[in-house]
Design a protein around this ligand. Sequence first.
Ligand SMILES: NC(=O)c1ccc[n+]([C@@H]2O[C@H](COP(=O)([O-])OP(=O)(O)OC[C@H]3O[C@@H](n4cnc5c(N)ncnc54)[C@H](OP(=O)(O)O)[C@@H]3O)[C@@H](O)[C@H]2O)c1
Length: 329
Amino acid sequence: MIRVRRLVFDRFGPPAEVLRVEEASLPEPAEGEIRIRMERASVNPADLNVIEGTYGIKPPLPCVPGNEGAGLVEALGSGVEGLAVGDRVVVPGLGTWASHLNVSAARCTRVDSTVDPAFAAMLTVNPPTAWGMLHRFTALQPGEWVVQNAATSAVGRCVIQIARALGWKTLNLVRRPEAAAELLALGADAVEVEDPSLPKRVASITAGAPIRLGFNAVGGDSAATVAKCLGSGAHLVTYGAMSRQPLKLPNGLLIFNDLTCHGFWMSRVYQQMGAEEKAAMFARLVELHQAGKLSIPVDAVFSLARWAEALERAAAPGRPGKVLFDPQA
Ligand SMILES: NC(=O)c1ccc[n+]([C@@H]2O[C@H](COP(=O)([O-])OP(=O)(O)OC[C@H]3O[C@@H](n4cnc5c(N)ncnc54)[C@H](OP(=O)(O)O)[C@@H]3O)[C@@H](O)[C@H]2O)c1
């Protein structure tokens, strides 16, 4: 039994009102479990939705939030194989905003000790979302274009880098002109400030090549702009709703342009993925990271005690990277 510090909420509601820090006793890991000493845990938009009670699943209460992170194995329960004390592991699923947690060893993925713990803590949500959306809806040919909104988001940045590494081009819509230089440096082929006239200019940007795949993380008018940039028979994938506005699509795009609309939820994809497929995807993403081809900038790191500042920062527009917790600070 050890003493741990963690964030917890007992009822759904605005995070600023319902979150609190608690000190608690953690039992020794049970059979098949490991105890992890958390190094970093990320703050994603979905974490806030979980606390608000507006996410796709409502966890039982009380709940320790945080949907991904990385840490070092500190103790092994009986029957655990393939992991050793001191291994760095990626922790998926709820409960990562904690100094330590016990979790089923089978759910964790070991990464090399040279992998930056900050990147490891961000490995299970955003890079796989970008990877999955780029692979699951159509087979892109070399040199083909993808268009996306919220291109400054962590997912958007992963889309840019993974597409570049795999030989595809990206047209990136942003709401802040000053973000363009940063995204171009990351490997974006084109960055445009969102504007209803954009679809008319797409052909000049892509040299006439039709775009067959579009990603929408905003909803409302922004989704319509992305959809109008697409060519005939294309796929529009909605994976987020940052504006909290419903999808707004002209009927003609579905009728005359044969547009197919999809939703994408990484949690559901994980349920469908076999262990080998998942391990291969993580290995490929880590390989890209280690080769300097995939990174997610960190904006700020907070202790658990400073959770209110962390969440305020995570909600700030124009934030140039992810907010992380250092649960040992
Ligand atoms: N479906 C899935 O499986 C899945 C997986 C991962 C993420 N997501 C979703 O993907 C979205 C992005 O997540 P993330 O972690 O990559 O985000 P993030 O790094 O926290 O960045 C937030 C992004 O949203 C933009 N934004 C914020 N409010 C906006 C608004 N009202 N209108 C338009 N854009 C707005 C920001 O633009 P600025 O840079 O200009 O502030 C930034 O690009 C979220 O909705 C998240 O829930 C879904």
